[in-house]
Write a protein that binds this ligand. Structure first.
Ligand code: NAD
Length: 270
């Protein structure tokens, strides 16, 4: 049985940890070649070594990239095309949640700017250079390859919900990712480039667990989780696989919420 991403050329940002790492493993297991992009090059290279060991038949490459720098993002997309000959899937997933990100009064301007630089501009640039690369794709149906491509942008449940535990710059950046992705989906629908956002609920990854660094902070959130637990990165990776594959061929401009029910919940079960 061919994998659901057989022969596809994919690029994943934030691939050294959490969602990006689990998605890189899953994409490779489904036959994709993967460019692992991360500012933490040691983490990306460690992940690449692990994946190569498990899936020797696919091509795995790691690169140091700061998605907050346009020239870095362009270079990463160029590298994917050079290594794989094309680019079918881009997962703009890297993001930060800064410990100094707070409410309207306390968030320092430099933290606001840094958050927007990485979480929003980084995703914009990932989309921009993905479009330019995907316009060059030729169909090769024997290999399961199509024209156009797929872009997935990681937003968050906080893009659609308010929290009295503020991280204002982060929330604003994710709301913008949601709106930007919707519009890109419309602009590029006729050229076969699909754009969808993926909105995870609270997860047990370093990003959130480092932010919730006391049992009290975790408990403050736990009471609002219908399933009574944080999500796992691999549960989001499975959703990314769906969005990346032909299984979601009629989806564009959508937001896919994988949030343990939090965005549907008024009162949690006892
Ligand atoms: P994580 O911290 O486990 O992994 C993030 C990765 O991104 C790290 O490897 C880090 O080195 C990399 N990174 C950070 N800044 C970068 C930059 N400038 N350039 C390139 N790489 C960079 O986090 P995660 O939980 O897997 O988060 C992934 C995405 O999911 C983020 O966009 C995050 O906002 C979003 N998200 C997370 C949660 C959650 O609860 N963890 C919930 C909703 C959305």
């Amino acid at each position: 049985m061919p994998g659901r991403l057989q022969n596809r050329a994919t690029l994943i940002t934030g691939a050294g940890s959490g969602i990006g790492l689990e998605t890189s493993i899953l994409f490779a297991s489904e036959g994709a070649n993967v460019l692992l992009v991360d500012i933490n090059v040691q983490a990306a290279e460690k992940a690449a070594t692990l994946i190569k060991g498990r899936y020797p038949n696919v091509k795995i490459v790691a690169t140091k990239t700061d998605v907050g720098k346009e020239e870095d993002v362009k270079a990463a997309i160029d590298l994917a095309v050079k290594e794989f000959g094309r680019l079918d899937v881009v997962f703009n997933n890297a993001g930060i949640m800064h410990p100094a990100d707070d409410n309207a009064l306390n968030t320092p301007e430099n933290i606001w700017d840094l958050t927007m630089q990485i979480n929003l501009k980084g995703v914009w640039w990932g989309c921009k250079y993905a479009i330019l690369a995907m316009r060059e794709n030729k169909a090769d149906e024997a290999k399961g390859l199509h024209i156009g491509g797929v872009v997935i942008n990681t937003a968050s449940f906080v893009a659609s919900m308010g929290a009295a535990t503020p991280q204002l710059a982060y929330t604003a950046s994710k709301g913008a990712v949601l709106a930007m992705t919707r519009e890109l989906g419309m602009v590029h629908a006729r050229e076969g480039i699909r754009f969808n956002s993926l909105s995870p609920g609270p997860l047990k990854t370093p990003l959130l667990m480092d932010f919730l660094n006391t049992p009290e902070k975790r408990e403050r959130r736990m009471v609002h989780l219908p399933m009574g637990r944080f999500g796992e990165a691999v549960e989001i990776a499975k959703a990314a696989l769906f969005l990346a594959s032909d299984d979601s061929s009629y989806m564009t401009g959508s937001d896919f919420r994988v949030d343990g029910g939090i965005s549907s919940c008024y009162v949690t079960p006892l």
